[in-house]
Design a protein around this ligand. Structure first.
Ligand code: ADP
Ligand code: F6P
Length: 451
């Protein structure tokens, strides 16, 4: 089998320490376990060093480059997370366009191309990931790269009229012509992107490939983790109360203020639950260099303090809030212990936490997933209680429903979702995408279609 070259902004550590928080590295790690692989991207470090750092183990090589402080500012903090992220999550009001950042973003993509090109072999298949690297395929083609190039968008794509508000949107869309196959998480994203491309007269092949997880392996890990010391300590601290659990990067797309307000509404409107439930929300700090993220942290610290101030008893704190990182294994154990998972992003490409919660549940006594209708996962999770995450009252009602849900209904809903997850598996996503890429008939790299 030919070598696979993955290119993504983040590259996980090469050693077996497991992926970092974030759906992209988690799903790719699962998907590409056994293949000969070159993984290229940013080291996560800032320095003036130019050459890539290359390290290998077995049939796997990671090549990472540092960004200069200026590149990091313009590309990552600026255009990627200050402009593209809010835009792609339908939050144009939070986006800030600065031409220097867009240019810095393009320059970093050209640098990725220049440093990756010499590492490529003739029969490589190249798979680029996520919005950070929209122009990379075009930059590679400009350098004469003719291998097949696939691209997967892990986040949503908004309606074309909204996307068109981005200055120079047309140039971005035209660059996608260099790609042989573009994958999205949902049919809605594919439709939006195809429409946007059509409006620019760009022909590119777009397909739907929802990211999955290895449900059986995650379930096993969760069962083991739930019997570990940290999980036991946590269980004891709950003193028999129902556990509501949320875990997300601290990101405004995750709907955290609305979620804790929904929990506060539960305590207000259904006082019978006071003292009987504990809500743990873990939200490790993400992209702290971006103003909107720092503002969210302040807002959450204040909201949580206010809610606890209003409802806590001397022996009961309703809302536990932590922005510290949690180990993935610990997280799996907590997901198993949770009676209810609150997964209420305002907009999310897929949301793996929703799938991990279902995978982690004990079949004989499964918990209830409350899921935003605007997460990509909502398309697949028919057993979940769906909510509009913008409405705290609706979240409160869903919580009350979940707390009172009879066990037969819980089992029925869980079974439906678990079976579907287990059937799809983790590797189906990459296998299907790569098979389609291999077959992709439209090949702008051939016959001089690219320049
Ligand atoms: P996103 O890609 O926007 O972060 P996802 O829900 O798709 O959202 O993916 C998040 C991934 O990161 C999941 O696999 C989840 O288990 C993991 N994760 C989330 N929070 C933490 C955390 N505190 N510690 C470790 N892993 C986390
Ligand atoms: O899953 C979407 C995504 O943007 C990934 O591309 C990214 O790795 C993850 O969220 C976490 O964000 P960041 O890499 O900015 O910390």
């Amino acid at each position: 089998m030919a070598r696979l070259v993955i290119v993504s902004n983040r590259v996980p550590p090469l050693k077996e320490s497991g992926p970092m928080a974030g759906g992209l590295t988690v799903s790719l790690e699962e998907a590409v376990k056994r293949r000969e692989l070159l993984w290229f991207g940013w080291s996560g470090e800032s320095s003036d060093r130019r050459e890539p750092r290359i390290a290998s183990t077995g049939n796997r090589t990671h090549a990472v480059i540092d960004l200069t402080a200026q590149e990091h500012k313009l590309y990552y903090a600026g255009f990627c997370n200050g402009m593209l992220w809010p835009l792609l999550h339908y939050r144009f009001g939070l986006a800030q366009f600065r031409r220097a950042e867009e240019e810095g973003w393009r320059a970093v993509n050209r640098r990725f191309a220049e440093q990756l090109a010499p590492l490529l072999r003739e029969d490589d298949t190249i798979w680029i990931h996520d919005f950070h690297l929209f122009p990379l395929a075009a930059a590679l083609r400009d350098l004469g790269v003719r291998q097949k190039i696939g691209f997967f968008l892990h986040v949503p794509f908004p309606p074309p009229a909204l996307f068109a508000a981005l200055p120079r949107a047309a140039a971005l869309l035209r660059d996608l012509q260099a790609i042989d196959l573009i994958g999205t998480q949902t049919a809605e994203d594919a439709e939006h992107l195809s429409d946007a491309l059509r409006r620019e007269g760009v022909s590119a092949q777009v397909g739907v490939f929802p990211v999955g997880i290895n449900a059986e392996a995650f379930g096993r890990a969760a069962a083991q983790a739930a019997s570990r010391k940290d999980a036991q300590r946590f269980r004891e601290s709950l003193a028999g109360r129902e556990l509501i659990f949320g875990v997300d990067r601290l990101d405004y797309s995750k709907g955290l203020p609305q979620r804790v307000l929904g929990f506060a509404d539960l305590l207000k409107r259904y006082p019978q639950h006071r003292g009987k439930v504990t809500f743990l929300q873990a939200a490790p700090i993400s992209r702290g260099e971006v103003t909107q993220y720092r503002m969210l942290r302040r807002e959450m610290d204040e909201l949580v303090g206010r809610i606890n101030g209003e409802y806590a008893e001397v022996d009961w704190v309703p809302l536990r809030w932590t922005t510290r990182p949690i180990q993935r294994r610990t997280l799996a154990g907590f997901l198993r212990m949770a009676n209810i998972a609150l997964v209420t992003p305002l907009r999310d490409g897929m949301n793996l936490v929703a799938k991990e919660f279902v995978a982690a549940q004990p079949p004989e006594d499964p918990g209830v997933l409350i899921l935003s209708q605007f997460a990509g996962a909502a398309r697949e999770m028919e057993g979940a209680v769906k909510v509009n995450p913008n409405d705290p009252d609706e979240i409160a009602e869903a919580l009350d429903l979940a707390i009172n849900m009879p066990i037969a209904e819980r089992r029925e809903r869980w079974r439906m979702d678990y079976d579907r997850l287990a059937e799809a598996g983790a590797s189906g996503w990459s296998r299907d995408f790569l098979a389609s890429l291999n077959r992709a008939e439209f090949s702008p790299s051939g016959e001089g279609a690219w320049k």
